[in-house]
Design a protein around this ligand. Sequence first.
Ligand code: SAM
Length: 289
Amino acid sequence: MAEIRSDIKKLSPGLYIVATPIGNLGDISKRGIETLAAADMIACEDTRVTAKLMAAFLLKKPLVPYHEHNGEQQRPKILAKIESGGSVALVSDAGTPLISDPGYKLVQEAHQNGIKVITVPGPSAVIAALSLAGLPTNRFLFLGFPPNKKKARQDWFSAQAETDATLIYYENNKRLGASLADAAVIFGPRNAAVCRELTKKFEEVVKDDLIALADHYKNEGAPKGEIVVIIEGSKKRDTDDDTQDQDMDRTLALALQHMSVKSAAAFVSELLDIKRKQVYSRALELTKE
Ligand code: SAM
């Protein structure tokens, strides 16, 4: 049997925020392994998940659970451990802690108590997806997970309708179709990418405009695995008449699945900046067809 590593230097007291792989174990950094090996204690979301990661690198350390349900009780204990000269590593199940994962309050209280917080950066699905999607990266806005209910989700997207930064959200595979349909209703035919199973065997990036993507996943059903969605930010669409007509038809077709003719026409007119009368008469034609 392989031996547990014991060739490890001591860490200075502090809270170490350690990123772990989002799929491919090879993505942990050398410093990440060294930090996990040297920390006095590891605070983790789920001890079973982190125990597997530790075993893969032949590491053994005390693991304490730290998640949204026990944070209040655990924080004072973790901070006391560091104040008495210890080093604590914080990890989540995958990726970078605090990014749609527990840890924000722990880091905040560590700062408030004058405790040193050290980053050991590495994988995060949001950055991995952004780097693959082929959409502008100069300005981006990470939105976390969308709300589960349709109305709340549409409001959540609506709040970003004018944002010119690239938008990024995490999504559960079962809800992908529903959230893409809502995004298409709000944003129309913007370019987008569905990034799935990053760093894993079935890594995939599906790129199209939002309406086509919403249609695709409506027909295909829920894909397997973990997903990040990326949507181009708002920009005045520089379109010729044909493209504008096509955009109008596709956006109207989708809006009419969810709204009355009048509301759909008002909505698409606003979204694509086309006269309401023109959109309304096209909406009537489409409903007849
Ligand atoms: N803290 C993590 C990070 O830095 O990426 C994210 C944790 S969040 C609870 C989990 C979500 O991240 C998943 O539901 C999915 O949206 C996204 N995600 C994580 N791993 C992924 C992967 N390998 N491929 C695509 N998306 C992933």
